[in-house]
Design a protein around this ligand. Structure first.
Ligand SMILES: Nc1ncnc2c1ncn2[C@@H]1O[C@H](COP(=O)(O)OP(=O)(O)OP(=O)(O)O)[C@@H](O)[C@H]1O
Ligand SMILES: [Mg+2]
Length: 266
């Protein structure tokens, strides 16, 4: 209902935001520079960040830049299914009928990767999201799985993403073989204070707003309470619009943001 009250044509701050419509923050463009580098070197990249920092969004954006004739993207969030499901999914993703035994499955995946890369000149891109949930045994497996021709070539891109404690996990002795093979690593930061108003206004514009709806003091309050984390900004801004509409306020002020923050427990 707030959409009509604020004359918006679309719901702002939606999860389904098209990657083309990203707000290009300093952190996002830095992450993208790392990804560009990874495209040249191939091999393993690491992307970490706090919840709601924009990791998955950034990964979605990265995969959208990859030309289908040159790259085959296989995306896996680790929260779904078992580790065996994951290996089988990899084989499927490579167009193979998955074997049942792990060793056979590994060989199959490796052969699938090599075939794609050397015969069809397509680089498989494996994107493993939410990897902080991975067990050590799985991290160890990855090292074996992504070892080609005695570790002399990288016919793939493997992007590992997760929460910051994934970095600590990789620092542990048993995970060092994988950690040492990471070509580029990047930690996504929160938006800078000056970026938050731009981020909010960017989303409002995308939703069809022609005039400012958030007062400067409201934008400042959002920046302060969200600490610049995109998902929190989205939640807070959405609730501010709901509260503002309930109170029939044509402009969102600091007080509306305070009430919205209370509502969402911030
Ligand atoms: N640069 C951006 N431009 C526009 N929207 C963004 C941007 N970065 C993040 N978002 C939005 O912020 C929200 C949170 O982002 P995302 O889901 O990618 O976070 P995450 O780091 O993967 O979080 P989690 O660790 O919980 O999985 C999403 O709705 C996304 O659309
Ligand atoms: Mg995510």
């Amino acid at each position: 209902m707030y959409k009509s009250f604020y004359s918006l044509s679309k719901t702002p701050f939606s999860k389904e935001l098209d990657v083309k419509d990203a707000y290009v923050s300093a952190s996002l463009s830095e992450a993208e520079a790392r990804f560009e580098y990874l495209k040249q070197t191939r091999g393993i990249g690491l992307l970490i960040g706090e919840p709601g920092a924009g990791k998955t969004f950034c990964l979605r954006r990265f995969s959208s830049t990859l030309h289908q004739a040159q790259y085959k993207v296989i995306y896996f969030p680790l929260s779904t299914g078992s580790v065996m499901d994951f290996y089988q999914g990899l084989a499927y993703g490579l167009g193979e009928e998955p074997k049942f035994k792990k060793t056979a499955l590994f060989r199959q995946i490796q052969q699938g990767v090599e075939r794609l890369y050397s015969e069809r000149r397509i680089t498989p891109v494996f994107i493993l999201d939410e990897m902080h949930m991975a067990k050590d045994a799985f991290l160890k497996d990855l090292c074996l799985l992504y070892n080609f021709q005695m570790d002399s070539v990288n016919p793939f891109i493997l992007l590992i993403a997760g929460l910051p404690h994934l970095k600590e996990r990789l620092g542990l002795n048993q995970n060092r073989p994988l950690a040492q093979r990471i070509v580029t690593r990047f930690q996504m930061n929160a938006l800078e204070k000056k970026e938050v108003p731009q981020y909010v206004n960017h989303h409002m514009k995308l939703a069809g707003s022609h005039m400012p709806i958030f007062e400067d003091s409201a934008l400042e309050a959002i920046a302060l309470r969200s600490q610049g984390w995109p998902r929190i900004i989205n939640t807070l801004a959405t609730h501010s619009l709901l509260v503002g509409c309930q109170q029939q306020k044509p402009m969102i002020d600091e007080e509306v943001v305070r009430l919205a923050a209370e509502e969402v427990g911030l």
